[in-house]
Design a protein around this ligand. Structure first.
Ligand code: ADP
Ligand code: S3P
Ligand code: MG
Length: 167
């Protein structure tokens, strides 16, 4: 058992939104590692970052990704920073991984002031610019498909993802 597709990309790429649309269109279940982590921890992500720190969050994320990759056969969205963890990147090898790419302008428009995203609590523009540059090579490293999202509606992006998943 493995997800039909795993979505990666920076905050605001649309992983959660597009992932749910792809799952619906394929008649499959959708799961988001952020939601699973919040359920397991019993608190929202910003509280996990404050109480336990980013390293503890990444470890929880790795454990959740590991169990979803072996026990879930729908569409799986990861958090934007999951690929920072060496172990998580290794787990993704051999899976169908769709990188939703987005540039700074659109990602900023989409996340606004970063509510619910603790890494954007201060200076979202500078932080997102840094994260995009730091992480792009890692997204490309794990991706089997890349779909550009700038200037496009989620439904159109979801249709392209579905088309790319066809054998
Ligand atoms: N292609 C898009 N165009 C416009 N807004 C979008 C698009 N994709 C997502 N959004 C909006 O941007 C915000 C962040 O989307 P989300 O799916 O949570 O991104 P991610 O999970 O990659 O951080 C949400 O408010 C969502 O409705
Ligand atoms: O990029 C990151 O490090 C993070 C992205 C968030 O998910 P989204 O990419 O779905 O916003 C969430 O996992 C957490 O706030 C950390
Ligand atoms: Mg998300």
């Amino acid at each position: 058992m493995a997800p039909v597709a795993v979505l990666v990309g920076v905050m605001g790429a649309g992983k959660t939104t597009v992932g749910a649309a792809v799952a619906e269109s394929l008649g499959l279940a959708f799961a988001d590692t952020d939601t699973i982590i919040e359920e397991r921890a019993g608190k929202p992500i910003p509280d996990i970052f404050v109480d336990e720190g980013e390293a503890a969050f990444r470890a929880m994320e790795r454990a959740v990704v590991a169990s979803a990759l072996s026990g879930f056969d729908g569409v799986l969205a990861l958090g934007g920073g999951a690929i920072l963890d060496d172990g998580t990147r290794e787990l993704l090898a051999g899976h169908t991984v769709v990188y939703l790419s987005v540039e700074l302008a659109d990602s900023l428009k989409r996340v606004g002031l970063g509510a619910g995203r603790p890494l954007l609590a201060m200076n979202p523009r500078a932080t997102l610019k840094f994260l995009l540059e730091q992480r792009r090579p890692l997204y490309l490293e794990v991706a089997t498909h890349t779909v550009v999202t700038d200037g496009r509606e989620p439904e159109e992006i979801a249709r392209e993802v579905v088309a790319r998943l066809r054998p």
